[in-house]
Design a binder for this molecule. Structure first.
Ligand SMILES: *Cc1c(COP(=O)(O)O)cnc(C)c1O
Length: 398
């Protein structure tokens, strides 16, 4: 099946029908334990924490799509990420993207630190900075590209090469791109991670995480950790993710085309100070992104003046849901300073460009012209700056 395009493989895998009944949907195997035929031959499955047929279908599917050999399904993206970090030991050091997902930032800082696993945050777009951050005890370089929410692009191939030369693993959080647009294992990464809650499942109805690798040693150790922590995805949720995957390609194609249109329109508006979108030829990472990915994706960010402008805009906008999360059929507008990056101290946020005026948009399947019209009416509701400043200054004086 691997000679077909990914678009076709999403629908025609080894799991396209159930060999026992012909059912054109993976059966949900709602069992915690499995009868063992005899003492010496326990069978493939014994207990669902260690293995479950529905989960196996999803795990094989993500492994195939990422061009890996083994996949793992976890209870959430954070469960996949934090379990993978347990491949490290006390005394090890991690080099990590400075604009990493807020939950990963929190886990690295507040949890791993307590277990004696040290880290250095770097600007991953700067290869020299990455090289000089690697220490004798560095075991892992951790990448997110495009990054969240400022959409900086890291050269996966170059960083993986640098990591390998220093005997370090490279892990890539591929949530924003999915294997439909970017396959880090083909570029030299050792492990790819996903919040399947986002584009992979795609319907804002399940929380899930995935991992895939092509290295037997890494797979064996991760399988041991998954079973040890029990951070597994349940059978029903595995089935929801498998169903979502079938439409991944067409959802991303439509949403990405709309995101390109919307990003372009937003740059024309005087109240928008900056638009972040890796599809712009002016984006500093554009050529690397075009080399390593098959599209710019469906996420963009834009900067308004300040928190007041964000409040007025988000109160007026009608179509997108105003929510945490991304990668769904409906467009989602989020405010990183108060949502995904609320756990990051303000000065850390601002260092990373996550100012109080920054909004992130995950484009869904609405007609793009309707979204553009909605944004334009909402932008009209933003009050002129001088009026607000004067009022605030007067208030402070009284
Ligand atoms: C949402 C997200 C996560 C965390 O995934 P959960 O499923 O919410 O645990 C990790 N990385 C990125 C880039 C995300 O967007």
């Amino acid at each position: 099946m691997t000679d077909h395009s990914l678009q076709t493989r999403l629908l025609h895998s080894d799991y396209k029908f159930d060999p026992h009944t012909g059912a054109v949907s993976v059966p949900i195997q709602q069992a915690s334990t499995f009868h063992q035929q005899d003492f010496d031959n326990p069978g493939t499955y014994d207990y669902s924490r260690s293995g479950n047929p529905t989960r196996k279908a999803l795990e094989d599917t993500i492994a195939g799509l990422e061009n890996g050999t083994e996949g793992f399904a976890f209870a959430s993206g954070m469960a996949a990420i934090s379990t993978s970090f347990m491949l490290l030991s006390q005394g090890d050091h991690v080099v990590i993207s400075e604009d990493v997902y807020g939950g990963t930032f929190r886990m690295i800082n507040d949890v791993l630190q307590r277990f004696g696993i040290d880290h250095t945050f770097v600007d991953m777009t700067d290869l020299h900075a990455v090289a000089t951050s690697i220490q004798p005890n560095t075991k892992l370089v951790y990448i997110e590209t495009p990054s969240n929410p400022t959409l900086k692009i890291t050269d996966i191939r170059a960083v993986s090469k640098l990591a390998k030369a220093n005997d370090c693993w490279t892990f890539v959080d591929n949530t924003f791109m999915t294997p439909a647009l970017q396959r880090p294992l083909e570029l030299g990464a050792d492990l790819v991670l996903h919040s399947a809650t986002k584009f992979i499942a795609g319907h804002s109805d399940v929380v899930a995480g995935l991992a895939a690798t092509h290295q037997p040693d890494l797979a064996e150790r991760l399988s041991f950790l998954q079973n040890s922590f029990g951070s597994i995805l349940g059978a029903h949720d595995c089935w929801l993710v498998l169903r979502g995957l079938k439409t991944l390609h067409c959802r991303l194609a439509q949403s990405s085309a709309s995101a390109a249109k919307i990003a372009e329109e937003l740059t024309k508006h005087p109240l928008i100070e900056e638009v972040f979108y890796p599809g712009f030829s002016s984006h500093p990472g554009n050529s690397i992104h075009s080399y390593q990915s098959e599209g710019a994706g469906a996420i963009l960010s834009f900067r308004l003046r300040d928190e007041d402008a964000v409040r007025q805009f988000t109160n007026a906008v009608e179509l997108p849901v105003y929510a945490v999360s991304l990668g769904a059929v409906e467009s989602i507008l989020s405010y990183p300073a108060r949502m995904s990056h609320a756990s990051m101290p303000k000065e850390e946020r601002e260092k990373r460009g996550i100012t109080d005026g920054l909004l992130r948009l995950s484009v869904g399947l609405e007609k793009p012209e309707d979204l553009i019209e909605d944004f334009q009416q909402a932008l009209k509701q933003i009050q002129p700056y001088s009026f607000l400043t004067n009022r605030r200054v007067n208030h402070e004086l009284t």
